[in-house]
Design a protein around this ligand. Structure first.
Ligand SMILES: [Zn+2]
Length: 102
């Protein structure tokens, strides 16, 4: 499972690499990858999260994955899709500082 919660005395959500099982700590050091779906499929649920250095190793072991984008792009898409504008994101960040392990 690439999105996990780590118990650090609080809850710390992290992305974990599907190849090496280590936390991805830098968005610019990770990719999310998926295979191009058949024409009638509208939802893709099999998404892999990989360190960029692990992408080739993963493909050699499990097969090539068709599509890939950097995790920094994923975060922008998710922020946009969740309506987290810069102002709202700042409020959420302040709230998270109080309640979590940022
Ligand atoms: Zn990795």
């Amino acid at each position: 499972m690439p999105l996990e919660l780590i118990d650090t005395g609080g809850v710390k959500p992290v992305f974990v690499c599907d190849y090496c099982d280590n936390e991805i700590t830098d968005a610019f050091d990770g990719n999310f990858q998926w295979n191009y779906p058949p024409q009638d499929v509208k939802r893709i649920t099999d998404i892999k999260f990989l360190h960029k250095k692990c992408t080739k190793l993963y493909s050699e072991k499990f097969g090539i994955i068709d599509c890939s984008l950097g995790m920094e792009n994923l975060m922008v898409y998710l922020l946009n899709n969740l309506g987290l504008t810069t102002e709202r994101l700042e409020k959420a960040y302040e709230s998270a500082l109080i309640t979590s392990q940022l």
